[in-house]
Design a protein around this ligand. Structure first.
Ligand SMILES: Cc1cc2nc3c(=O)[nH]c(=O)nc-3n(C[C@H](O)[C@H](O)[C@H](O)COP(=O)(O)OP(=O)(O)OC[C@H]3O[C@@H](n4cnc5c(N)ncnc54)[C@H](O)[C@@H]3O)c2cc1C
Length: 479
């Protein structure tokens, strides 16, 4: 920050450049932007800037450069790794994309859509659906997260299995660079092999290289038939066997395959007490499976035949198939509600891990045993997008502990899990990114060559360290 400016000077200067409506400075107004989704961390900022257009984003970036402020971009603030809230509130502004939410075009002939970065994911999906098209990105936070945030975290979710992560859905990007110029690559071309694909740098960059202002994405035909089943199984080995069979027998039409422990029902009902139990709830592990198709494909018949076979073989021991879209929604509420149930039990360890598919059962067993040895009074909750080898192995300390005691348990459990993960050569961040929460764990495991390349890219694109400093890597002050 420019040493001769007070916070009030900085706020006044931003107002003078951007106008009153674009700047929030009152603590109460800024609070929702400064607190993380779980409510574990509350920060502050010099101001929250809310531009309405790409030109206004450029203006905001130039103003921050002149005033010596750094910028923390924010979409829906649903990221779970503290990447979207300031860590140096006295010298940082939050740049929220919430007022840039237009859908610029939906083109069913090109199977593409162009949306501004602040468009809420669920709204983008609805607009695509109104034209008979499907935008496959789907995650629990879709009612709040925004497309620019999805791109910046390379979000995953329940449909990765069939459609890939956000990176695979992006055709083009518009990005305001740290010097206030626009990188315009908002193309909807499907194939374009003209040299290095620069837009890829900004996908998953968590706002460290620029501000994504608009995105061109791929659409697919709307799946007009979806079959959803909740199945009870005896073990994680059986889950993986079911997964392999489902991929083969259902002709890769599977669009989701999630596993969850029986405690999922309890946790979801703590958050949503009116949820009716769809199934007994006493199997060792559950799978929520979905197959979907369009046109001439009959997924209901396919699901029925598949389940007949696996029930007969004893692979599945209990199950329910949704008879309507409302029943399918109800089944998904258990998977989504368990996140909120965990949040209600207070501060806990949340991991976002991936390992090789074939090693997933062994990893979960070993990691849970390591936690049981290191923090025996904690409860492990392992669930996730098992078809992608992605597990959220979360650890909840017992109620009644002080915040300090909870932190100790969380730290101990994380160390135990990461030691097992390293032996399995897994990833500490399968889909949520690094942010500031996982920076130390990331840097500790970062090979020299990768560190060198990442530093060189950051220095080349953002020499003044304007964009989200100390997110992902702590490179100090470069300017
Ligand atoms: C209940 C729940 C379920 C979730 N499930 C999943 C899941 O299944 N899969 C998954 O991948 N994630 C999941 N998440 C995490 C989160 O929703 C995703 O990471 C999402 O993509 C974040 O989008 P956002 O708009 O909220 O971004 P934010 O939280 O606002 O920001 C995330 C990061 O991106 C940067 N950023 C945001 N917008 C921009 C922009 N326009 N330009 C440049 N940088 C930007 C921020 O600075 C920050 O570093 C879940 C979160 C919750 C709360």
């Amino acid at each position: 920050m420019h040493s001769s400016y007070t916070t009030a000077d900085l706020q006044a200067a931003l107002r003078a450049r951007m106008g009153d409506a674009a700047i929030l400075t009152e603590a109460a107004e800024m609070l929702p932007f400064c607190r993380d989704w779980h409510g574990d961390v509350t920060s502050n900022a010099v101001a929250v800037i809310r531009p309405r257009s790409t030109a206004e984003v450029c203006e905001a970036v130039r103003a921050c450069l002149e005033l010596g402020l750094s910028i923390v971009p924010q979409g829906g603030n649903t990221g779970l790794v503290l990447g979207a809230i300031p860590d140096r509130p006295e010298s940082q502004v939050i740049l929220s994309l919430e007022r840039m939410k237009a859908v610029r075009s939906v083109d069913p002939d090109d199977f593409s859509m162009v949306v501004e970065a602040g468009c809420i994911l669920a709204e983008a999906k609805e607009i695509a659906a109104s034209k008979g098209m499907f935008f496959p990105l789907a995650l629990g936070a879709q009612g709040s997260c925004r497309i620019g945030g999805n791109v910046s975290t390379n979000a995953g979710g329940i449909n990765v299995l069939r459609y890939g992560m956000t990176r695979e859905l992006v055709l083009g990007l518009e990005v305001v660079l740290p010097d206030g110029t626009v990188f315009d690559a908002l193309s909807t071309l499907r194939k374009d092999n003209r040299g290095i694909d620069l837009k890829q740098l900004f996908i998953g960059a968590e706002g460290t290289l620029g501000i994504v202002t608009a995105v061109a994405v791929k659409l697919t035909p709307c799946p007009d038939s979806v079959a959803t089943a909740l199945l009870g199984l005896n073990s994680l080995e059986d889950v993986m066997q079911l997964y392999r069979r489902a991929r083969r027998d259902c002709c890769d039409l599977m669009s989701a395959f999630e596993f969850m422990p029986p405690i999922a029902f309890t946790l979801a009902r703590e958050a949503m007490p009116d949820l009716a139990m769809p199934i007994g709830g006493d199997c060792p592990v559950y799978v929520l499976m979905e197959i979907s198709g369009s046109g001439l494909v009959d997924v209901d018949e396919l699901m029925q035949r598949f389940l007949e076979n696996v029930l007969e073989d004893g692979l599945v021991i209990d199950g329910v198939v949704a008879a309507s879209a409302a029943q399918a929604r109800n089944l998904w509420l258990f998977r989504e509600g368990m996140n909120e149930g965990q949040a209600r039990r207070g501060m806990h360890l949340r991991t976002d891990i991936s390992v090789q598919l074939s090693r997933l059962p062994d990893f979960v067993r070993e990691a849970e045993a390591a936690v049981a040895a290191a923090a025996p009074d904690c409860i492990c909750v392992s669930y996730g997008h098992v078809g992608d080898g992605n597990v959220h192995l979360n650890v909840m300390p017992p109620s009644g502990l002080s915040a300090a005691e909870r932190s100790v348990r969380i730290h101990t459990a994380k160390k135990a899990i990461n030691a097992v993960l390293d032996r399995y050569h897994g990833s500490i961040s399968a889909e949520h990114g690094i942010g500031r929460l996982k920076r130390a764990d990331f840097e500790e495991r970062l090979p020299d060559v990768q560190r060198h390349l990442l530093t060189a890219i950051k220095k080349a694109i953002d020499p003044a360290m304007v964009m989200n400093p100390r997110c992902q890597l702590n490179l100090g002050e470069l300017s």
